[in-house]
Each structure stands twice: as C-alpha cells, then as structure tokens.
Design a binder for this molecule. Structure first.
Ligand code: MOS
Length: 707
C-alpha cells in the first residue's frame, strides 16, 4: 500500500485554476494560437461509400485567386508506407467510406479554401457498399482482442445448461444506437513546418486529449524522431474520447503544411465534418441471458455482443466487460463479434464498453427482478460478488450496495409502487427506475512523468509543477494543483501547474478516467522525491522529476468505481412524450479531490446518459452509406430544458490502493447505467419494455397508454 497523502487542499471545492482565463476569453484553444500569416485548409470528402478515386480535376480550384495548393491522392507527399490506415490520408485512391478525406485545398482565407474545395471535381469508380449491421450476417468475425486488449470471449462453467434448467430466466436482445461525440469545441489542427534543420521541425496546435500520444503518432507517420515535433494544447473544449487518438484531419493538416513550409496551416473541422472521420460509438446488439433460482440468485449470466468496425481498420468495443464483473454467478459467458462495414472506423466515446455494455445487463436485471417478484435493488444486493468474478481477486473497495441503499433513501425509493403502470398524474404516467454503474480504475505506473521546480523569486506559484497532461474542461489544471499542494505540503497558491505541451514531461492520454491517477501519482512521486532531496528550504532552480512507481496493487486487487443511478420519468398518455424530471446518481469513487469539478463530471456524464437514452442517434442512410442527421439541429443532444434535475452524490470511501490520493476515476462512470435506469423507469411508468435505444415516443406510444 502506498503512503497516502494528508489531504488539506484535496477535498476542497477550489475554483478552477483556468476559470478566469476561460470566462474572459483569454484561454487559447487550438485555433486561436497566434501564428503569423496562417493559411487555411478545407477538405474534399468522398461522395461515395466504396470505390476508387479515378481522377481529381483541380483546375477550377487552382485558378481561384488565393488558392495556394490542392492536394490529391495523386500528388500528395508520401507518408510512411505502413502507416495507421486511419491516418494514411491521400496515400491511395481507395475509398473506404462516404465522407473520407480525398483532397484538400490550402488557401489564403478559410472562405477561399471552402469555395475552392467545392470546385474540385472528383471522379470515382463506384463499388457496391454495405453498411448494414445485423446479428445474422454470415460474415461476422471474432476479433483477436477487444479494446484495448481484453480477451474477446470469456467462458466459466456451463451457462447453457444453467439457462436450460433455470427456475427464473431472462433471454432478450437489447440494442444501442450509433452515437457521435460532439464536444463543444470541434476538432482543430494547426500545423507549422519550420523548415531546414529547425528544431522542432513541426509545431502542432491541436485540440487533443494527449499531447505525447499525438506527437508520437505524427512522428511515426512522417518518420521523424518524436523530439522534432512539438504539440501544444493547453485548453481543450471537450473530447469524450474523440480527441483521444489522432484522426485523419491531423495527418491531413500536417501533410498539407509541408507544401507551404514556414507558414502555419489551420484546419478547423466543421460540425458536419465531425460526423465523418473523428470516430463514433458503434451500435451494439446484445443478446443478454440471465438464469436465477427462485430466490433471485443468479446461476448464469451471458452477453453475446454484435457490433461494427470499418473494413480498413479495426476497433472492437469491449461491450461485454460489465457482464464479466458486475454480478456473481457460477456460469458465465461473454462474446464479441464484428461486422466490418464500409463506414469510418468507430472509436472511443465516454465509457466505451461500459456504457453500452451496462444497458443490456441492467435492463435485464430489472426484468429478472419482476420475474422473481423482487425489488430490483434487493435482486442486485443478493447477487453482490465477494470477489471479482472475472479475476477472482478481492476488491480494493466495492461499495455498490452502499450506493444502492443510500441512493434509495435519498431518492425516496420506499414509496415506489411495486407494479408498473400504477401512477397516473394528470396526462402523465409516472414511474421510477434504478440501474447499477461501474467503471474500472485504469492505471499505468511509469506512464506519466512530472517535475517539480522551485523558483525563489516568484510571489505566487513558487513551485512549478510540469506534466504533459490535458485538461478537456474536466478540472485537471485544478486538481493537479491541489494534489501538488498536499504532496509538497504548501498552499495551492504556491503551486503553478504547467500542462498541455509535449515539451513538458511525458504523460499518457486523458482517457479511461485515468488521467488523475496517472498524472497525480507522478506529481506525488516527484514532490516526495523533491522534498527528500531538497527538504523545505530549496534554492532557486532546484528540480526533481519522477514517475508513478509500480506498486503491484493491480495484480492483487480488482479496482473499480461503482454507482447507482435512479430516474423518475413521466410519459404522456396522448403523445408518448417522455420527460425525466429527476435523475439521482450515487457514486463510490474513492476520495473526491475537488467536489466542484467532480460534481460537474458526474452530472455531465449523467446528462450525456439521459441524452443517449432519449435523444441521440446517428441515422445511417444505408443507400448512401452515411449519417444524414449530421448537425446539431437534427442530432439532438439534451439541452437544459431536457434535464430539470440531475443530482450527483457520493458516499465516503477510503481506498488506498488506486493511487496515493485515494481517488478513483470520475470522468466516465456518470454515463454508465443512466440509460438503463431511464428505460427501467419508462417500464415502471407504462408497463412497456423498451430494449432498443434511444427510447423515442414511437416506441412507447400505443393507444393503450390512453386511459
Ligand atoms: Mo474516454 S472515451 O476514455 O476519452
């Protein structure tokens, strides 16, 4: 067990360090960094979903005043031959999906670039495409691993026999939609090649969740040593995973900028373009089976998942993971099968795996509770595992039951009618639902480095704490300040955190809810080593860098955060309109380092879960092979009017094992289980079981709703 920190700054609701810069508009986002005399890129996207580019006629575009260059698959500079196929832009004439980047114009102004891009004529040899996901496709295949490298299938015991002999059972198919990430700040890259032997050779201002992972990917693409590239990204307007891995626009901008060496090229991806090439959440089809004895004790549990990937690159979402770990049952199975389609490659979206993968089991548990005549909270408590069912390891802490019972008290669960369709309030059926939530503690000792440096002459911020971390709006600037203050045993005012630059010590991606664990542990290690070496009377310029030590805890304990999501819904008798007047999430997430920023993360996740449950869906036109509702007018994301009350609470949890701060990740767990809680509440309100997200009016509307 690592020595825990004595919390003083940690646990306080400190205002955001970056708040002032943001509200005064002085925090530079990727597009806003000042570069002299920039040029602007606008891409040309394929209008067919599969085929080959046979010709690009750029004469009209090139003739336009202010156009600097037009890149095509036939004239673009060559990238490394075995480049990541997602990043190998303009390297071949193949078209893998509609919306692919097939040419680009660089011009003196964004307007000229856009106009010129419209004038580029692309001819294709068109081949038939296939974008239809279904569970009975003959060509479904088994990937080698699921994201990032979990086993594809798991099997314990003999679930089929358990299902056949169960006294109570659920066997149903649940589906989740395709969803697109829409952070407030669209993706942007600004690329500047400095020319000659300058160092760095290339500077990138990019909206990214990780300056070092981005730097390394671009370095590989251009066969450069990573230290010849600098990535700057101090402020990011959200990412949710879509900025976690570099996508094609980064490669295209860097490639185009080679044509105008010495000038920066800016590519601000438009909202519509974000629906084409920055990743999305795969739709899932989950056949979920539960077997239980008459007392509701699970004997078997399985989830057989079908989802999609692209033909040119594989991304296999780990949807079966929650089924592996959430509940005790002797007989268990999970499988993942993929359809490789003519679509762009899916990627990370807030809680990949856990988020869609909790929808099926948590609705199925609600169905099982009814089959057993048990309260759904009681059913979950009866199936609480003593050790992690997947690994057999003890939990560092697992306070799921406390989340359920405390949540029930705060939410007023006891007054809930047992039968569905029991409460009519005017024109509205009213119901409540509950679902469980979990997200693993991901940690990579040695992955992050931090340095502490002392500046004697500073009035504030005498301790400069540097790490290449990313703050997506989550609060990293602030919590790293608090962690450093406690680790150095000084006031937060004595700390100046520096993040978001690849010239700073190496740090892993802000992803998997692991940022604070990896970065914070490095900060603590550096602070301790600094104090060991220099004591409390350092002199100007004293500095120490360190990384999170490998404590081996992950080999001894199963570590995860837990939560219970409660929802109240109202369904209109005449229209099927669904409202959610109340959401309550109760979480067990270790020590909360900053209640203010943590609450925002949890409430944000829950709101995104509500949006997933009721509103969001990427509508794929199978004839054309692309998402037709590709803007925020038609891809509806929950707004304030959709979320009257979203409340996040947490229970006191002491866990010394995840990291020296005692915290667990909070970025993603808020979205996990929310959609199931809402679906369960819709059932309780109406008696109509919807197993297919999003839950739109048409799925609950039936004449029978009318009294
Ligand atoms: Mo998150 S989807 O791990 O960036």
């Amino acid at each position: 067990m690592s020595e825990s920190l004595h919390p003083r700054a940690m646990g306080t609701a400190r205002e955001r360090v970056d708040g002032w810069a943001k509200v005064t508009g002085t925090a530079p986002y990727a597009y806003e960094h000042r570069v002299p005399d920039p040029a602007y890129l606008h891409p040309v996207q394929s209008t067919v979903a599969r085929g080959r580019v046979t010709e690009v006629d750029a004469r009209a575009a090139t003739a336009l005043d202010g156009v600097l260059t037009v890149l095509t698959p036939f004239n673009a500079p060559r990238l490394r031959r075995d480049a990541d196929p997602e990043l190998a832009v303009l390297q071949s004439d193949e078209v893998w999906f509609r919306g692919q980047l097939v040419a680009a114009v660089v011009a003196e102004t964004p307007e000229i670039a856009r106009q010129a891009a419209d004038l580029v004529r692309v001819a294709y040899e068109v081949r038939p495409h296939d974008v239809t996901l279904s569970a009975d496709r003959a060509d479904l295949y088994k990937p080698d691993v699921v994201n990032p490298k979990h086993p594809t299938d798991t099997l314990t015991g003999d679930p089929d026999t358990a299902f056949a002999s169960a006294s109570r059972a659920v066997d149903a198919t649940y589906t989740t939609a395709m969803y697109h990430n829409n952070p407030m700040e669209p993706h942007t890259t600004v690329a500047l090649w400095h020319g000659g032997n300058a160092s760095p050779a290339l500077t990138l201002y990019d909206s990214t969740q990780g300056v070092h992972p981005l730097r390394d990917a671009v370095a590989a693409l251009f066969e450069l040593s990573p230290d010849r590239i600098r990535v700057v990204s101090p402020y990011v307007g959200g990412g949710f995973g879509s900025k976690g891995m570099p996508h094609a626009h980064v490669a295209l901008t860097a490639l185009a900028a080679t044509r105008v060496e010495g000038r920066a090229v800016k590519f601000a991806v438009t909202r519509q373009q974000m629906f084409s090439f920055v990743g999305y959440r795969t739709p899932t089809i989950q056949r979920m089976r539960l077997a239980a004895d008459a007392d509701g004790r699970l004997t078997g549990i399985s989830n057989d998942v079908v989802e999609l990937t692209s033909r040119y690159k594989e991304f296999a979402e780990q949807t079966g993971l929650p089924t592996r770990t959430m509940y005790a049952a002797p007989h268990r199975r999970t499988t993942h099968r993929l359809a490789a389609l003519d679509l762009s490659v899916p990627s990370w979206m807030r809680a990949p795996g856990e988020c869609p993968g909790m929808f099926a089991p948590e609705v199925a548990m609600d169905e099982l509770a009814e089959a057993c005549g048990l309260d759904p909270i009681e059913l979950r408590i009866r199936n609480e595992p003593e050790r992690d069912p997947e690994s057999g390891m003890p939990y560092s802490t697992r306070n799921f039951v406390a989340c359920l019972t405390e949540g029930a008290r705060w939410f007023g669960w006891d007054s809930r009618p047992r039968l569905p369709r029991s409460t009519l309030d005017g024109d509205w059926w009213v119901g409540t639902g509950v679902a469980g939530s979990t997200y693993p503690v991901l940690r990579r000792p040695g992955s992050a480095w931090a340095s502490v440096r002392y500046r004697a002459d500073a009035d504030r911020g005498r301790y400069e704490v540097s790490i290449g971390a990313a703050d997506l709006g989550t609060g990293a600037w602030t919590v790293l300040t608090q962690i450093a203050a406690d680790a150095l045993d000084v006031s937060p005012d004595d700390i100046e955190v520096r993040i978001g630059d690849s010239d700073l010590p190496r740090a892993p991606v802000a992803g998997g809810s692991s940022g604070t664990t990896n970065w914070g542990s490095a900060v603590v290690a550096a602070a301790r080593r600094f104090r060991d070496k220099y004591g409390f009377t350092p002199t100007d310029g004293d500095e120490f860098a360190a990384t999170m030590p490998d404590d081996g805890h992950a080999e001894r304990f199963a570590m995860a955060a837990y939560g219970a999501q409660f929802a109240e819904v109202r369904v209109n008798v005449y229209t099927g309109e669904i409202r959610v007047p109340r959401l309550l999430g109760v979480f067990a997430v270790g020590r909360v380092i900053n209640p203010r920023t943590a609450r925002s993360q949890l409430v944000g996740g829950m709101t995104m879960g509500l949006s997933m449950a009721l509103h969001e869906t990427s509508v794929l036109d199978e004839r054309l092979g692309f998402v037709v509702n590709h803007d925020l007018a038609e891809y509806h994301i929950a707004t304030c009017a959709d979320v009257p009350s979203v409340e996040a609470r947490w229970i006191a949890e002491e866990d010394p094992y995840p990291n020296p701060m005692g915290s667990k990740g909070i970025g993603e767990i808020g979205i996990v289980g929310t959609a199931a809680a809402i679906a369960n509440a819709v059932y309780h309100a109406t008696g109509i079981r919807v197993r297919d997200l999003p839950i739109t009016n048409d799925k609950v509307f039936e004449p029978a709703l009318v009294v």
